[in-house]
Design a binder for this molecule. Structure first.
Ligand code: ACO
Length: 428
């Protein structure tokens, strides 16, 4: 059987043989389909990229129907269970293989050498209003890094690229923690490179006086959460990273754009929305009223549903389990019972079953973050820290892909045809 698709254009009766590769046809192969020789040719229309592959990627695999997520072939459950440091997973995403001991040590060393920020970054952050949203501060500061490292625009130089990766992965926890300390009016804590990636971050967040030590269970939980959030193939923010990066701008500017995309409540902002929703529900007695509103289309059940997963999000499973370990240390989050009840009712309800709506990664993560002492508006920042490694992996893959060019979709223009300019006093 030939690997082709035969298309008959009923407008002209002409037949076209289109090659199929990886169960996909190339949209550009449709361009030959024309009624008249001087027609532009046929395009594919796909708002929100519902059925369009824009890249060939070797980084992350998702089977949304089966609830499978793998980084570079490794199941997310195995990485979450066995990797003792987030940097091991960051290395895997960026290099394609798990590091052996010397490579991991070298990688760690290089990232630790780049955890401090220029003192002027600190001054810049001091300029934010006392009540600035941490994600707004995070995005602006990441963007400002490009002014400190102008050589970063030499994106085709592998050494320069590597250096910016060390810097970005090294500095995002520092900048994130500074946004928190700024909101609290507390002095910024400098990185402690003797600690792990997650431990150093907790230290910069919560240290007061000399006695603070990150709790090992919470440090481990944060490591797992970082691993689970490190990549998720062509999601909205990664697509943004690739798209901005395709113009060959420096990675700081591209990362700032990706982080902005992540902030939206339909993407990384959903865990905050889940907690606000649970706060609003207040008690188990109100769960059925919320479900009713959701089914009548008056609102969405935040933390439910996913563009790709039509099954339980594998990350949500790990997080749900992790929540119990964290609550052993922090005491339980009273909203957990409410969340469990909401999940129980939703999973039995026809509305959710038919639409294959299951809890996503954000449904339980906010409960853990809150129990660990992170304020709600800080949640998207917690997401952006590990996702930086994912964004950088895709950015690099995109730059090195000979099939890629500057991202520039087409449109179907439905506006006015040509018309003549009208003087202002004659306009109605
Ligand atoms: N609550 C109620 N109904 C929902 C929900 C939800 N959370 N999600 C989807 N639906 C319904 C839609 O109304 C639609 O119903 P219809 O067919 O009767 O019109 C159907 O399910 C399909 O939904 P779409 O909106 O077409 O799904 P899409 O793939 O565009 O959206 C999204 C995915 C944005 C994640 C959506 O499920 C949503 O808004 N969820 C809530 C926000 C959320 O939790 N986001 C986090 C996602 S995970 C992440 O980004 C890290």
């Amino acid at each position: 059987m030939p690997d082709t698709l035969t298309i008959t254009d009923n407008r002209t009766g002409k037949k076209y043989e289109i090659p199929i590769e990886h169960d996909t046809v190339k949209a550009m192969d449709l361009r030959q389909i024309k009624v008249h020789e001087d027609d532009f040719g046929m395009m594919a229309y796909d708002p929100a990229y519902m059925n369009t592959a824009s890249v060939k990627s070797n980084i992350t695999f998702i089977d949304g129907d089966k609830g499978i997520l793998r980084y570079r072939g490794y199941p997310i459950e195995q990485l979450a269970e066995h990797c003792t440091s987030f940097l091991e997973v960051a290395y895997l995403l960026l290099h394609g293989e798990l590091p052996d001991r010397p490579h991991l040590e070298d990688w760690r060393y290089n990232i630790k050498m780049h955890t401090f920020v220029h003192e002027n970054i600190k001054k810049l952050m001091e300029g934010f209003r006392y009540d600035a949203h941490p994600m707004g501060m995070f995005i602006s500061t990441i963007s400002a890094l490009s002014t400190f490292y102008p050589e970063a625009k030499d994106i085709m130089n592998p050494d320069v690229r590597r250096k910016q990766m060390y810097r970005l992965i090294g500095k995002v926890p520092t900048i994130a923690a500074f946004t928190y300390r700024h909101s609290k009016g507390m002095p910024y804590i400098y990185p402690d490179n003797e600690l792990t990636y997650a431990g150093n971050f907790l230290n910069m967040m919560f240290k007061i006086g000399q006695s603070y030590k990150p709790h090992p269970v919470l440090e481990h939980a944060l490591t797992v959460l970082f691993i689970l959030h490190a990549d998720h193939e062509q999601n909205c923010s990664t697509n943004t990273m690739r798209s901005i990066g395709s113009s060959h701008i420096d990675p700081y500017s591209a990362c700032a754009g990706a982080a902005a995309a992540l902030w939206g409540p339909l993407h990384g902002g959903a865990n905050e929305a889940v907690l606000r929703m649970l706060d609003e529900i207040g008690s188990k007695n109100n769960v059925s009223a919320i479900i009713k509103d959701v089914k009548e289309g008056k609102r969405k059940l935040m933390g439910f549903g996913h563009r790709i997963y039509k099954n339980y999000d594998p990350r949500a499973k790990v997080i749900k389990q992790l929540a119990y370990e964290v609550f052993e240390v922090t005491g339980t989050n009273p909203k957990l019972d409410l969340a469990l009840e909401l999940e129980r009712i939703a999973l039995e309800d026809d509305y959710f079953v038919k639409r294959k709506l299951y809890p996503n990664v954000d449904f339980y993560s906010g409960l853990i973050y809150e129990a660990m002492g992170f304020p709600m508006d800080f949640f998207p920042v917690l997401f952006a820290i590990p996702r930086t490694a994912g964004w950088l992996s895709h950015w690099q893959e995109h730059l090195l892909d000979p099939e890629q060019k500057i991202a520039r979709p087409r449109q179907i223009y439905l506006g006015a045809g040509e018309r003549n300019w009208i003087a202002i006093n004659k306009r109605s």
